[in-house]
Design a binder for this molecule. Structure first.
Ligand code: ATP
Ligand code: MG
Length: 381
């Protein structure tokens, strides 16, 4: 494909903060941006044009597609059926295959298993909900987590089942739709890899990120992650295998659990994939401030057929999400030295809602990818 020239228009499906930051990066590269989102004034509506319609509205989607040169998306909770025509008639990146695989937890886990990439042991909970879980093998260990296959984010659509007897109750809490149950992993660290694959197959990964979630919501990310070099290399290798198998074009994020155990010969622990995000990801926000290229620009480079940039990191970082009324302290954050503040223009500041984030920068402690040293302990943000 000939690369999209500046001046071309990029359409973004989804109006959240990820779309907003894609739009900002697109503007910097000289692209025009159109956003498709059902909300009245979504964060991404800083773009030249906002198409306000439902994601099911195929006529509106068609009009949107006609006005742009390329379509991408900032979230995976999209009705893929109504996007099929769009994906066939327009340049649609990452492909529907990436989207369909990652948005559905069961399909995602089966995809990983087929690749030989370990996940937490899981079991599909089919339609017969009243006797759900009866067929779960004895070897399956509780406590476990019942998860909806579609639509979950920030830990929503999940319930803990302490034993077999709690599965039916968890399912009725979660409502209709397909679900699965997976063992609750006792992990030592949560990490993620952000990477991009270009239209020519070039692959570039950022340094591995260490994440801290509370109540299912990402609170904090830090780089370098406190992990060994072999684990970092393994996580990047698996991310590459995922991207290549999907023929993914664009940025993707892969979340992992790192557990004690000697299942891998390097002795650095056992790694499991939690989930795949076929898009830019919250745990990659620090790249904008600490790297030669941020994830949003890298995503645009990939989908527009530009060469990928080298994702070199210039600083150690700690990225903190501002949830709910955290954002009211924006004056304090703005006054901190070495802190980059990003606000999403959202209202109202409901509890747990992602309102912004800040990235604290520190001198680089290790140059190599996924360095093992460099604890950031004691360095307040
Ligand atoms: P996201 O906002 O990343 O899309 P999500 O709603 O898709 O989140 P998950 O990533 O499945 O949810 O879970 C959110 C968090 O809950 C995880 O990052 C992890 O901290 C915890 N968690 C989820 N599944 C498990 C598990 N099987 N074992 C242990 N902890 C888990
Ligand atoms: Mg997650």
């Amino acid at each position: 494909m000939t690369p999209l020239a500046p001046g071309a228009k990029i359409g973004i499906l989804g109006g959240g903060q990820l779309g907003r930051m894609i739009a900002l990066a697109a503007a910097r590269l000289g692209f025009g941006v159109h956003v498709f989102a059902p909300e009245e004034a979504p964060p991404a509506a800083i773009a030249a044009k906002h198409y306000r319609a439902s994601y099911q509205d195929e006529a509106a989607l068609k009009r949107f597609a006609e006005g742009v040169d390329l379509i991408t998306y900032e979230m995976e909770h999209l009705p893929t059926d109504s996007l099929r025509d769009l994906a066939e008639s327009a340049l649609f990146r990452p492909s529907l295959r990436s989207l369909e695989t990652a948005r559905h937890r069961l399909r995602e886990k089966e995809f990983l298993s087929a690749l030989g990439i370990p996940t937490a042991p899981f079991f599909a909970l089919g339609a017969g909900r009243l006797d759900a879980g009866r067929d779960i093998p004895r070897s399956f260990r509780f406590p476990a987590i019942v998860k909806n296959c579609l639509g979950g984010y920030d830990g929503r659509g999940q319930r803990v089942a302490r034993d077999r007897g709690e599965i039916v109750g968890a399912l009725s809490d979660l409502g209709e739709g397909e679900a699965l149950i997976e063992e609750r992993v006792s992990f030592r660290r949560e990490i993620s890899v952000l990477a991009a694959r270009g239209a020519d197959g070039d692959f570039r990964a950022y340094d591995v990120v260490e994440n801290c979630h509370r109540d299912g919501i990402l609170r904090e990310s830090r780089v370098p992650a406190r992990i060994g070099l072999a684990v970092a290399a393994r996580a990047k290798r698996w991310t590459r295998r995922i991207a290549e198998t999907l023929d993914h074009i664009g940025v993707l994020g892969v979340e992992f659990f790192l557990c004690d155990g000697d299942s891998d010969s390097d002795g650095e622990g056992a790694l499991f994939v939690n989930e795949i995000a076929p898009r830019v990801h919250n745990s990659g926000h620090w790249t904008m401030d600490a790297c030669a290229v941020g994830q949003f620009e890298q995503h645009l480079r990939a989908i527009a057929g530009w060469p990928l940039a080298e994702p070199v990191r210039f600083a150690d970082v700690r990225m903190v999400n501002l949830l709910g009324d955290d954002v009211e302290s924006w004056r304090d954050f703005a006054a901190r030295r070495g802190v980059c503040l990003h606000l999403y223009g959202k209202e109202p500041a409901r509890a747990g809602r992602k309102m912004g984030h800040m990235t604290a920068l520190y001198p680089l402690s290790s140059g190599g990818s996924g360095g093992s040293g460099g604890s950031l302990g004691g360095r307040g943000g």
